[in-house]
Design a protein around this ligand. Structure first.
Ligand code: NDP
Length: 342
């Protein structure tokens, strides 16, 4: 296959790139600048002509992807992961525009200039699925499925909280893509993948813990850059998937006939802060003094925790998920290495 991959330098994107290349696919990685292309090349040095690059400095500008979607041999697959996911303060439009316009631009360019593309896979999120504003009672043990959408409106997206803007960016990007396909009837089918938190070791190189992607930096700050007697961090969104499993989900979404046109929740399980602390303190001696202790074995998950259901992806894509130990212990060991190298 010949695949166009956006966000190839990111946390999720670089794992997808790794899988695509090692399976023998030919990939054009889309990044924002030449220096980012060089970084990706230094992380994937051995693939020769199997890996090439397209630079798109502003994914929201009209026709932004017109040139990079053209290729000989032609593309048959597009995977779009690029989208801002950050806690640092950016404006609402800085979330919404790259997500929504960035999605539409790649779909328009693909339709107009790359008719050989048969499938576009979009990395969405459970942020587009879960109703975070619901009173606890109505989320009580709720199990979210592919039929659910968050209730965000344009008005609520623009009231100035980052969470709102992010949740809206993922919902409206996904809906815009579905609307585009319905109205424009391009040659390609769409597949969207909706993970909750994505954690796990990074495949791309980062120079310091300050450069970590958002979700892993949360684990670093709360569980590693801390102390045994610190308060146990709040659970936050306690559903997650390992980034390596999530990358495999993209490959299956790009290749399985069963995936065509579908929306899939990709969730490996639930985990509480106590559960993360216990795993790290048990498996990594150095963390016994660094990771908040809480109460060993207690409070694994609140009684009323909602969940996300991956049964559809397990059935249609044959997805399986690795253990909590593998995800969090592998990640924490790597975070300690990065911390040490600073
Ligand atoms: P990273 O920050 O590691 O990667 C984000 C990627 O998107 C980078 O390649 C980045 O490029 C690119 N990007 C961000 N903003 C823009 C922009 N304005 N214009 C062009 N490119 C941009 O994050 P993740 O790998 O975690 O996220 C990848 C995808 O996964 C996103 O769509 C995110 O919504 C989704 N996701 C992630 C979750 C998680 O827990 N990590 C959970 C649910 C969904 P650059 O380096 O140039 O900024």
């Amino acid at each position: 296959r010949r695949v166009l991959l956006t966000g190839a330098n990111g946390f999720v994107g670089s794992h997808i790139l790794d899988k695509l290349l090692s399976l023998g696919h030919s990939v054009r990685a889309i990044i924002r600048s030449q220096s980012k292309a060089e970084q990706v090349l230094s992380d994937f040095p051995n693939y020769g002509s199997q890996l090439d690059f397209g630079i798109v400095s502003d994914i929201t500008s009209p026709g932004a992807f017109d040139k990079v979607v053209q290729s000989t041999p032609p593309f048959d697959t597009v995977i779009r992961t690029a989208s801002p996911f950050l806690y640092r303060v950016i404006s609402d439009r800085e979330f919404l525009d790259p997500a929504i316009k960035g999605t539409l631009e790649i779909l328009k360019s693909t339709k107009a200039h790359s008719p050989s593309v048969k499938r576009v896979v979009i990395t969405s999120s459970c942020a587009a699925v879960i109703d975070f504003s619901a009173p606890a009672a109505s989320n009580l043990k709720k199990v979210y499925t592919e039929d659910d959408w968050n209730p965000m409106t344009w008005e609520s997206a623009l009231i100035g909280t980052q969470n709102n803007a992010y949740q809206a960016s993922k919902k409206f990007a996904e809906l815009s893509a579905r609307e585009f396909v319905e109205n424009e009837k391009p040659n390609f089918f769409l597949v969207t993948l909706n993970p909750p938190m994505v954690y796990g070791p990074i495949r791309h190189s980062v120079k310091s813990v300050k450069e970590l992607n958002q979700s892993n930096s949360r684990i670093y700050e709360l569980f590693i850059n801390s102390k045994k007697d610190a308060d146990l961090p709040p659970n936050g969104l306690d559903t997650y998937v390992d980034v390596r499993d999530f990358a495999i989900a993209h490959i299956k979404a790009a290749t399985f006939a069963e995936a065509l046109g579908q929306r899939f929740i990709i969730c490996g399980g639930q985990i509480s802060s106590q559960n993360i602390s216990d795993l790290l303190r048990k498996n990594i001696p150095q963390l016994e003094e660094q990771t908040p202790e809480g109460t060993l074995g207690k409070n694994f998950l609140p009684e009323n925790a909602f969940d996300c259901n991956s049964a559809k992806a397990e059935k249609l894509l044959g997805l399986t998920f690795r253990s909590k130990e593998e995800t969090f212990v592998d990640l924490a060991k790597q975070l300690l290495e990065i911390e040490k190298s600073n």
